[in-house]
Design a protein around this ligand. Sequence first.
Ligand SMILES: Cc1cc2nc3c(=O)[nH]c(=O)nc-3n(C[C@H](O)[C@H](O)[C@H](O)COP(=O)(O)OP(=O)(O)OC[C@H]3O[C@@H](n4cnc5c(N)ncnc54)[C@H](O)[C@@H]3O)c2cc1C
Length: 738
Amino acid sequence: MSFKIIIIGGSIAGLTLANILERYGIEYVLLEKYRCIAPQLGASLGILPYGSQVLDQLGVNEVVQSMCERMESMHYYDSDGVKLGGHDTFGEMLLELTGYQFNFLDRRELVQALYDNLKDKSKVHISKELLSINQLETGITVTTKDGTIFRGDILVGADGVHSQTRKEVWRIADSEVLDYGTQQMAKSITCSYKCMFGISDRPENAPDGRGYKTYHKNRSYLCQAGRGGKLYFFTFSKNPKVTTDEDIRRYTSEDEKDLLDTQRDDVLFPGLTFGDLHRKRRTAVLVPLQEYVLEKCFYKRVILIGDSFHKMNPLTGQGGNSAIEDAALLGDLLKEALDNDPRPTNENIHAQFNHFQEERKPRARILVDGAHALQRLEALENPFLEFLQKNVIAKGEIDQLAAVMAATHCPGHILKYLPKPSREGVVARDVEVVARPRERSSIATAFWIILVLLVAGVSFALGQSVSMGTATVLHDSLLDYTLVTTMGVNALWTIESYRPSNTNNPSAIPYILASTAFDWHLITPIYFAIYIYLSKSRTFYYPNPRAIDLRAAEHLPTGLLVTYFVPALLLLKNMAPIAVPKWIFSLVQLGLPVLISLRQRMSTREPPSANFAEALYGTSDMPYLSWFYNLGILSTSTLHVVIASRVFPRIPGTTAVKEMVLSSEGVQLASLTAVNLIWFVFTIWDLRRTNVLQSPLSFAVPSVLLGSICFGPAATLLGLWKWREGALERSRARKQDF
Ligand SMILES: Cc1cc2nc3c(=O)[nH]c(=O)nc-3n(C[C@H](O)[C@H](O)[C@H](O)COP(=O)(O)OP(=O)(O)OC[C@H]3O[C@@H](n4cnc5c(N)ncnc54)[C@H](O)[C@@H]3O)c2cc1C
């Protein structure tokens, strides 16, 4: 007998998996509790590009698209109905970015299309509600409510948020092992919002393709135009307290009435209140919004996918798409296992299930946390979030949104053993590029942070505890060289402040001011530590855009010249720090970020939002960056050689060396150099980790260390950063053989 899979649940996850198994020629049976496939439950569903691409591979996307209303634009309103902002090119942006759009349809239409797409419908059994799982050592036996028994080799629970499969697995696991962790997992199912969702008649002033979001205190609304004069709506209302697992309430018609009474007068957008919308409803249901990603999604021969494994606030429209992605990954893993062995052993099955769990958990966690955070913002949960949502996020430009959408789309799993999706956009999927985006482990991140902070700590302690003298013989040279080294650091801070990956670290100015007050050797390690922490995420190197705003990039070379021409001349003529206090040089460094920022604001060039594809994913900034780096490398390496040639003849006097090492200037320069060297090694290691760099570490690390000796840390830093721009660009191009 061939290996057989039992699927529980005939909705998005279950039927997507059924389609995949049919295409892969794997035997299965699907049990659905309802009397029909695709009952009308009043729900809508938004299909995102990463869901559409799998449907495309299954040959069902065109049919689904024909039933959809596209989300072309999204407008944002405050509680008075005043428009805060909007993205009129939302649909266009997604299409250009990914090749697909964000499409809305009735949830049951998608389920029906998936069912219709099956060639052999005899494997789908309706009115078969799973009651119990009886055996799962060498195979599976399940009993349905009507007493029918089904046998198979593995069981896939795709039976939604109240999964009976999950209940059964937890019951069996609890009876067999002590530490499966069902209680902790049950507690991890939390609920802080409820949602009334439904379909109503669309008001006349709501055009096709338009979505609306409205922000009220502790609640928010999402409306989306649907086909045939429909308006899909969702109200998200904060509960008085967070509840978990069994304490999560199911709602009654009384609760619906209470919610309506409280929110009836809420304005959604000009000319429409929630009361109006509710009056025009075709369907409306009030449900709790559970949120979770289970720590474990399998036990022995049973695995959970879709909502039974993870559930997110539907505000970002990810749940159904994640269910599709789960099915795609599991389908591929099952095919792999069966190709290797038509009757895989328990160990092989566990290995594949474990692979599924470890790959899906972090991605689902990001989506759950992201939707939760967005919900808190949109429901204006506190004054800070209210300020942020109304003044920053709602007014954000389309290019910023594009970077967020790319980060969600690119890691999406596509089926390995079917022809690849028919469409592609300007951003390649993760699997198509050379780079291997991966989150850095917390341990590695902590290690590098501790290392750079250790340098700051040691130099601070030395400065405090040893009564350091001031260098006399080499005093000027030490200060000269410190200035040269900080030029490199400042150039990096300025460039990185325009990098879209660094939106959380957007300006060099506070670091320069802090360096002026506390010295560069203490602030530089702190900057590097923050950078290491912020670059931990999976998306940092890819698909986050590499390119920087052209309006800033084009002024970088002149900015560098204007800022450093006079100081460099003074250094060359060996008259720099004699007359000028050190802090003035530190302040001069402000010139670079301030100039670039002013020129960017005054620029007559189009902003990145005008052509986000070129601005974010093009290479128009590269020539300017090249000039900038070349100028920086030339000037700092020249100064390195000139200063070194001044210092070396004086070295034979041992007092000079001793004084240099024990002086406060010497310690500061030494720690600045040390932290730069650590930074080089970290950068190389991190780029190797993500496959942006392909050469072995044993070649790359000695190269930068040698570069530091020959050309100085500043020139090496700029050289490394120049090389990094090119490497990042090469690593994000589509692979030839894909
Ligand atoms: C208000 C709201 C709006 C949403 N909007 C979106 C959106 O825009 N985009 C998006 O991607 N997602 C959205 N979602 C989430 C999405 O609906 C779910 O994530 C998705 O339906 C999960 O699919 P699933 O197949 O895992 O589970 P479900 O769709 O819940 O299906 C479970 C299936 O299992 C069957 N079943 C249950 N118990 C048994 C049993 N004992 N035996 C046999 N069969 C059983 C059920 O009848 C059902 O058919 C929304 C959710 C809500 C609540």
